[in-house]
Ligand binder design. Structure first.
Ligand code: PLP
Length: 393
């Protein structure tokens, strides 16, 4: 079986890691739609339940198709262990409930997925787990927020929608000296462009719903890290609480991983071309994309990532009216807040993903009324420009 220890390269691992053929000799990975597994004797059943013999018991715990996905993603992220979850949010929930207890403290980037903010402030807070929010790129802000009770640092880089970046290696060092864990939600880059564990992060979180699937079909997630933290503690929570991935979804994500490198390269190429073109449009005030020379952290993006990714945003002259006009003038691009799809999507953050923030919170987050976010897909770049130029002029 190809694995990272045998020096197989990323593209090979993405296609072959984790596959264990059955006696049927199938070329493509099989789906195992079974809720439980059969034992050859009462003694074997007892040994499995006692943990004295390895093997499947029940699909809330383990499933062969899900395991193939876990092993393949672990190989791509350079992680010892991976547990697949029902969604990206349940990956974050499982991590927090497995590793934190009442009285513990989280330091999190302010620029994270809206539901993650909601999980921290509305639900973990109820359990006595407090979160402080900091400015993603500002290391002194992170340092100042750390307390003796801090157990977890949490971030996404680049951020959505403004593509701010954190220096993962620097924050990993801070986590180490502060005796807490660094978790990176690697949803936007995927391991094809950025490998946080190689940079010193302890935990990687995925919403597999996005680029890992890549074609907008299934909801899923994953947590990656070492054997003790993820293989034991997070897995222990998952098998008990039950937000497990279905084997059907795992199979779709496996097929997604096989084309991940190609797709992330193409997403990045299209996004850079579109960002450069947008920068030249008179009605566009500012473009946010790490691949642009004008991006304040362009140098960091070049060293930390092997590509700049598929997400960009830009500010229009004319505020909300101009933003909505541009969106409504498109005829092809999908008006939806999802991302990481072959189909390009467009959204107005101030009235959708960031619509529940107060005006003051929105200003603090840098979300201008004229801001538009595009998750660039794999259509022809010329067709994307044609679809946008109508609303820009
Ligand atoms: C979508 C998303 C999530 C949540 O994932 P789901 O699969 O929708 O639960 C978490 N983090 C980021 C960065 C996301 O974009």
């Amino acid at each position: 079986m190809p694995d990272s220890k045998n020096n197989h390269n990323f593209e090979t691992l993405a296609i072959r890691a984790g596959q264990k053929r059955t006696a049927e000799g199938e070329q493509s990975e099989p789906i195992f739609p079974t809720s439980s597994y059969v034992f050859s004797s009462a003694a074997e059943a007892a040994a499995r339940f006692a943990g004295e013999q390895p093997g499947n018991i029940y699909s809330r715990f383990t499933n062969p198709t899900v395991r193939t996905f876990e092993q393949r993603l672990a190989a791509l992220e350079g992680a010892e262990s991976c547990v697949a979850t029902a969604s990206g949010m349940s990956a974050i929930l499982s991590t927090c409930l497995a590793l934190l207890k009442s009285g513990d403290h989280i330091v999190s980037s302010r620029s994270i997925f809206g539901s993650t903010t909601g999980l921290f402030t509305n639900y973990l807070a109820k359990l006595g787990i407090e979160t402080s929010f900091v400015d993603l790129p500002d290391i002194t802000d992170w340092q100042a927020a750390i307390r003796p009770q801090t157990r977890l640092m949490f971030l996404e880089t680049p951020s959505n929608p403004l593509t701010e970046m954190a220096d993962i290696a620097q924050l990993a060092e801070l986590a180490r000296t502060s005796n807490c864990l660094l978790a990176v939600d690697n949803c936007f880059c995927t391991p094809a462009l950025q490998q946080p564990i190689m940079l010193g992060a302890d935990i990687v979180i995925h919403s597999a719903t996005k680029f890992l699937d890549g074609q907008g079909r299934c909801v899923g997630g994953a947590v990656l890290g070492n054997k003790d933290i993820v293989g034991e503690e997070v897995f222990g929570f998952l098998r008990t609480a039950g937000p497990s991935m279905s084997p059907f979804n795992a199979w779709v994500f496996l097929k997604g991983l096989e084309t991940l490198s190609l797709r992330m390269e193409a997403h990045s190429r299209n996004a850079l071309a579109l960002a450069q073109w947008l920068e030249q449009q008179a009605s566009v005030k500012r473009v946010y994309y790490p691949g642009l020379e004008s991006h304040p952290q362009h140098q960091l993006a070049k060293t930390q990532q092997s590509g700049f990714g598929g997400l960009l945003s830009f500010e229009l002259e004319g505020g909300k009216e101009a933003g909505w006009k541009l969106i409504d003038a498109t005829r092809m691009i999908s008006i939806t807040a999802n991302l990481g799809d072959t189909k390009t999507t467009i959204t107005h953050p101030a009235t959708t993903t960031h619509g529940r923030l107060t005006d003051e919170q929105r200003a603090e987050a840098g979300i201008d009324d004229g801001l538009v976010r595009i998750a660039v897909g794999l259509e022809s770049i010329e067709d994307l420009k044609t679809d946008l130029v109508r609303g820009l002029s």
